[in-house]
Write a protein that binds this ligand. Sequence first.
Ligand code: ZN
Ligand code: ZN
Length: 236
Amino acid sequence: MILKPHLQKFSVYILDLLFPIECISCGEEGKWICAHCLAAIKLNAEDHCPICAREGKTSRICFDCRNKSYLSGLVIGVPYSDSVIKKAVHLFKYRFLQDLADPLAEILIKQFNGFAGLKDFVVIPVPLHKKRRRWRGFNQSALLASALAKRYGLKLLDDALVRTKNTIPQVEVADRRKRIDNIKNAFGVIKSESIKDKKIILVDDVATTMATLDECARVLRLAGAKEVWATVVARG
Ligand SMILES: [Zn+2]
Ligand SMILES: [Zn+2]
């Protein structure tokens, strides 16, 4: 059965009323991911260039790949092969479970513990188009970005980068080349004075090809950003 988006959203709401909140991993009632299962999630511990996978000391894009991306590096929370995270990200995004923002943000927060020069960064979420945001009710990336910024006392800039084009979701676009075309010119900077000379951490829930993150980084760099790092809960 295929439901229209608003009906789909409504049916999800009804389902959530009927079924109690329980840990998606062990089934314990009360939280979507219980403290025990959250602590058991294995964080991504490898430091390698996100483009060529060469090992390094950080997740910085290596010297040989620096002309292939506008990003300086990508900090990944966990491998997407982690089944709990896979399920959590899906529920967060497609079942509109805002409560999952906290445990997912906790993963990003742990990964930035000890990140060099963190206090000089500002945090920016990958924006949704306003139509899509209105339909979903929240921007999942903004919830993660806000939690990360809050924990480390960093400035959150959630209105400087905007999505000007309501593109087809990247997951529905088959190959890498088409994803790059789909996202091209989809973003704009409306407050370039708040971006100029800034070191930025761009936050999204999942990255597959990095096309979206790279396009955001491109417009941020054009607006004068000094450095753009990205972070995602999982890499697909
Ligand atoms: Zn559990
Ligand atoms: Zn590389």
